[in-house]
Design a protein around this ligand. Structure first.
Ligand SMILES: [Ca+2]
Length: 510
């Protein structure tokens, strides 16, 4: 959620060009005689402003036979208007991808505003005697066979409804199939999950209380697992520290609905208040785990580079993912600390609410309902955007590391004990990662079990398949949207919350 306004402007400019069909693209690849540098040249048939190339590789030519992209995603980069050239040392994974293989097959996919085209497949003969190239590489074939092309598109889910700066779409999973849309300005609307829906009911209105602008406002919503019975839900918002103050604090509150489609503000029960030293990096999401506890994502407090060192400081709640029990109270707290929290009863002064630490701005978090895994998208500083698989007591690095690189860039660091991202990308691909959800819907069988996420600035949508050992990322679509969030309905289908045009889009098969 960093850089929203400038990014929004960039996106609007970039999307001014639309294509009925993406330009055709030709691909040439050449390996140097040392075998260590690969150069690819991509030449489109027409201008590609605002488009993106995905380069796929495989040791098995057959994975490209179905007409889809296939193969392993080796790199993803913006398309230059005419010829784009990339060298292997700039392409993450390329050298690893080719280890020990006699030949590699490459194909490029060009994506422009939802339209795609594929290059012909080219063959690269590998020199296995080259320095640094060797060892078995059967993984490439295995990965390739599991990566059959999945073609998706976005459908305007509710053509008659528009929202103002929507930030989240949440399902209460109460059997009604209704959806709740969170607006940054403080309102929550409830709608029927029906493309013909033309009315939205104002479920909660916090607009008179919140602090606004930039990354402030009503940022997240989670429903109690027993919402159908107890009517309780939880929000994460920012408010002025005192009336008229320019400084903000984050508030985690419980509300209880007063009817099926409205909530009285007087039902608020404040669980937690947290002063924000700067206006940005407030985190903002909350989610109930399969254990029934509430997980809360807080950013590092803001500014740049985490000047207060909050990410690594376990005596504060900033830069953390917390875990609390909202159904009990303990001492002076409005909640209880679960007995198996990693710092429960510690004597080091660590906050017992902490579940994991070392985050910069974990703006969106979610649980995979089938495996119980907790996923987080942690927005980067100036170089790396990352997805983390969040485990109890884990240190996710910030600000010792940004993604898998030491921070500040170019300095050495002690990486012992730090948990690296499960996937990451550089700022040539995107600049503000938006964590999503694991797809469990029926509409796209190939996508079941894939974690879907994207980027606010570039609008790219990815899938990530994690089998417990290997994570495989694939580009699904260049949406051209400023994606604020993803949403998941009661059937496991996934939606895109579009901040710029205020629309909700559904991921559907193409
Ligand atoms: Ca990290």
């Amino acid at each position: 959620m960093t850089r929203i306004l400038s990014a929004l402007l960039t996106m609007l400019l970039a999307c001014a060009t639309s294509f009925a069909q993406a330009p055709e693209v030709s691909l040439a690849a050449r390996l140097t005689t040392s075998g260590t540098i690969l150069t690819v040249s991509l030449t489109p048939s027409a201008s590609t402003a605002g488009c993106t190339y995905s380069l796929y590789g495989s040791a098995d030519k057959n994975v490209f036979a179905s007409g889809g992209s296939g193969g392993r995603l080796l790199s993803l980069f913006p398309a230059a208007p005419e010829i784009t050239k990339r060298r292997a040392r700039d392409l993450s994974l390329v050298r690893r991808a080719f280890q020990g293989r006699p030949k590699a097959y490459l194909r490029a996919q060009l994506q422009c505003a939802g339209e795609q085209s594929l290059s012909p497949v080219v063959t690269v003969i590998l020199r296995t005697s080259a320095p640094g190239v060797g060892g078995a590489g059967a993984w490439l074939r295995e990965v390739s066979t599991s990566l059959r092309a999945t073609r998706i598109m976005l459908s305007n889910a509710f053509p008659k409804l528009t929202f103002s700066s929507p930030l989240a779409l949440v399902s209460p999973a109460d059997g009604t199939k209704r959806l709740f849309v969170v607006e940054q300005g403080g309102k929550i609307f409830v709608i029927k999950n029906n493309p013909a829906a033309k009315s939205k009911a104002l479920f909660l209105d916090l607009s008179s209380r919140i602090s606004r602008g930039g990354e402030l406002g009503l940022l997240g919503l989670a429903f109690h697992p027993s919402f159908a019975e107890n009517g309780k839900f939880y929000v994460n918002y920012t408010e002025p520290r005192s009336p008229g103050s320019a400084q903000s604090r984050s508030v985690i509150s419980e509300f209880t609905r007063s009817s099926a489609s409205s909530t009285d503000l007087s039902s608020e029960r404040r669980l937690m208040e947290l002063d924000q030293p700067f206006s940005n990096h407030n985190g903002g999401d909350l989610a109930f785990g399969p254990d029934g506890f509430l997980y809360i994502g807080f950013g590092d407090g803001g500014s740049g580079g985490d000047p207060q060192g909050n990410g690594q400081d376990r005596s504060v709640l900033l830069g953390k993912i917390l875990r609390i029990d909202v159904d009990a109270q303990e001492g002076a707290l409005a909640y209880a600390i679960p007995h198996d929290n990693p710092y429960k009863g510690n004597s080091s002064g660590f906050r017992e609410e902490i579940f994991a630490y070392g985050f910069r701005n974990p703006f969106r978090i979610s649980f995979d309902q089938e495996t119980g895994r907790l996923w987080a998208g942690d927005v980067g500083q100036g170089a790396r955007e990352e997805i983390d698989l969040v485990l109890s007591g884990g240190n996710y690095g910030w600000n010792t590391m940004e993604g898998s690189q030491c921070y500040p860039p170019g300095e050495s660091c002690n990486t012992a004990g730090l948990v690296l991202p499960i996937t990451e990308y550089g700022h040539d691909v995107g600049r503000s990662i938006i964590g999503g959800y694991v797809f469990s819907g029926r509409s796209i069988p190939n996508l079941r079990g894939h974690y879907i996420f994207g980027d606010f600035v570039t609008g790219i949508i990815f899938s990530l398949l994690y089998d417990g050992a290997t994570a495989t990322r694939k580009t699904l679509l260049q949406s051209g949207l400023s994606i604020a969030s993803f949403g998941r309905d009661e059937d496991g289908e996934i939606y895109v919350v579009s901040y710029g045009d205020g629309k909700i889009y559904k991921i559907v098969p193409r």
